[in-house]
Design a binder for this molecule. Structure first.
Ligand SMILES: C[S@@+](CC[C@H](N)C(=O)[O-])C[C@H]1O[C@@H](n2cnc3c(N)ncnc32)[C@H](O)[C@@H]1O
Length: 199
């Protein structure tokens, strides 16, 4: 049975129009995240939960004109904002749940997922599905332009031990989903977890 994403879609539909305007200074952080992910010219890369496509220009710059950039999101209004911002020129925009991406196995060299994991209703199976579409040795970057503590403070809540992105939770979750966590950085200015697709 299909997951019910109504809540997520309503939440982001209400924010789609002014999403980029709310975070005008994030550009350099996205550039740095893409540098850390390290796609090479000619690579095929996926932005999972691409939203308004803020990462797409940096991904396109990294893979160059011979590369392939695809952004996937399940909220149509976010993708419409991406098109209005001209991000459709940087890559293909696909309306889809990351749990059921319409791609064959091992077609991507790397995946960026910015601000996505906390919104997944079934993070384990969804991360495993991302592993399916990435070649062995390919990379995954789970990224957010602020760290966990700063984000929790912004939302007026406290960090708890069961936070999905805490290293002690994320590492085994990734391991069970086909990924090996290689880099974990949770700082005020960014959250970045880099993982490699296991053979
Ligand atoms: C916090 S926003 C981040 C958007 C963009 N990556 C950015 O950093 O600006 C999370 C995005 O993930 C999308 N999303 C949440 N669950 C998803 C799923 N299961 N499949 C695809 N997209 C999803 C939402 O629609 C939303 O656009």
């Amino acid at each position: 049975m299909a997951d019910d994403h109504t809540h997520v879609q309503e939440f982001f539909t209400a924010r789609a129009m002014d999403w980029d305007a709310r975070f005008p200074d994030d550009g350099p952080a996205f550039d740095e995240a893409v540098r850390s992910l390290g796609p090479r010219p000619g690579d095929t890369v996926l932005d999972a939960g691409c939203g308004t496509g803020r990462a797409l220009p940096a991904l396109r710059a990294a893979v160059g004109p011979r590369g392939t950039v695809v952004g996937v999101d399940l909220t149509a209004a976010m993708l419409e904002s991406a098109v209005r911002a001209g991000r459709g020129r940087e890559g293909a925009l696909v309306l889809s749940d990351v749990a059921r991406p319409p791609f064959g196995s091992q077609v991507f060299d790397a995946v960026l997922a910015a601000g996505l994991v906390s919104h997944l209703s079934r993070p384990g199976p969804d991360l495993a599905e991302l592993a399916r579409v990435v070649r062995p040795g390919g990379r995954l970057a789970l990224f957010h332009p602020v760290g966990r503590a700063a984000l929790a403070a912004r939302h007026g809540r406290r960090l708890t031990d069961d936070d999905l992105r805490a290293e002690h939770n994320l590492r085994p979750l990734l391991a069970c989903s086909g990924w090996r966590l290689d880099v974990y950085a949770d700082e005020d200015e960014r959250f970045l977890a880099l993982a490699v697709r296991l053979p």
